[in-house]
Design a protein around this ligand. Sequence first.
Ligand SMILES: NC(=O)c1ccc[n+]([C@@H]2O[C@H](COP(=O)([O-])OP(=O)(O)OC[C@H]3O[C@@H](n4cnc5c(N)ncnc54)[C@H](O)[C@@H]3O)[C@@H](O)[C@H]2O)c1
Ligand SMILES: [Zn+2]
Length: 342
Amino acid sequence: MEFFYSEKNGWNKWLKSIASKKYSSCFVLVDQNTAKHCLPYFKKQVDFPFTLITVAGGEASKNLKTCTVIWEALLKGGADRHSLLIILGGGVLTDMGAFAAATFQRGIQFTVVPTSLMAMTDAAIGGKTGVNFGPIKNQIGTFTQAESLLLDTRFLNTLPLLELHSGFAELLKHGILKGGTYWKQLASLSTPTIPYLEKLLPVSISYKQHIVDADAKESGLRKVLNFGHTIGHAIESLHLAKRKPITHGAAVLQGMWVEIVLSVAHAGLKPEIANQLFEVLERFTKIPTYTEKEISLLLSYLQHDKKNNSGNCQFVLLEAIGKPVFNQVVALDHIAHALRIC
Ligand SMILES: NC(=O)c1ccc[n+]([C@@H]2O[C@H](COP(=O)([O-])OP(=O)(O)OC[C@H]3O[C@@H](n4cnc5c(N)ncnc54)[C@H](O)[C@@H]3O)[C@@H](O)[C@H]2O)c1
Ligand SMILES: [Zn+2]
């Protein structure tokens, strides 16, 4: 997969790369928000004709029904195996559009132009495509790499603040996992501004791509990217049950908090390093506190997690900043203790 960065003449290079492939036709996929906020600017950058496909956005639309809308539009627009799908959107569209492209006529090429921070730092990289099936997230999908990704942080100007903060959680996660200067840069931030993100995103992207290159199908190393997610997914389920949904990033921030507590007890993370991490996380999330009822619900969600192993749960824990370890089994009573003391 090729990467193009707008501040490095990325649009021109991306356009040249598309022209050189001599596609038979081009399609651009948007949702109602990216049609309104991103498409006008996109149209000013491109110099080729395309057919627009607009679908309803948001997690509730990430399903096979919406894929059918995409496939029908491709057929109606005369797409063939040499057509290109350009996905202009957040993580829902990059996952779903990529899946629709990967399966249309056994696979047509696609390129991603991520417009949310979540898609720029995470969803649009790594080749996981898919849709939800019934209540289960990302149940149907493929591993298929995009041809290319074009990064332009100007799209973030119209992204709602809540969504910006959600994506920033994954950036922080990359910083904690990578460590070194990258973590220091992130740790010095009190608020994620777009000029800063423009500098940080290429590091985050190349960190994720480097992990994916080493383990595309998540049989080992790629699991480290699940840091914060074992507890984070249970927190998302808890909020859904309370009918007070929170963003994925907000749940991951709290998940990382709890998994740092577990890292001190089970992976030898030094308490003073944990405190440094908490000090940074506290700028972006509230210190999590759970009632006994919530703890027992969280434990029951954890037991249904895909990463569960005979009644215990598997975690990514930290030995130090920049030193994650995966497949760490922690007993439920130890998890309950961590939830009580954080
Ligand atoms: N494939 C992966 O590895 C991977 C990794 C992380 C997340 N994901 C997936 O990503 C999805 C979440 O992504 P998301 O948070 O980007 O959600 P999203 O695509 O729903 O975008 C969030 C909201 O912002 C709007 N939006 C996007 N860009 C905008 C812009 N520039 N201006 C104004 N509004 C804009 C969207 O229309 C939507 O309403 C989830 O479905 C998750 O499963 C996938
Ligand atoms: Zn995530």
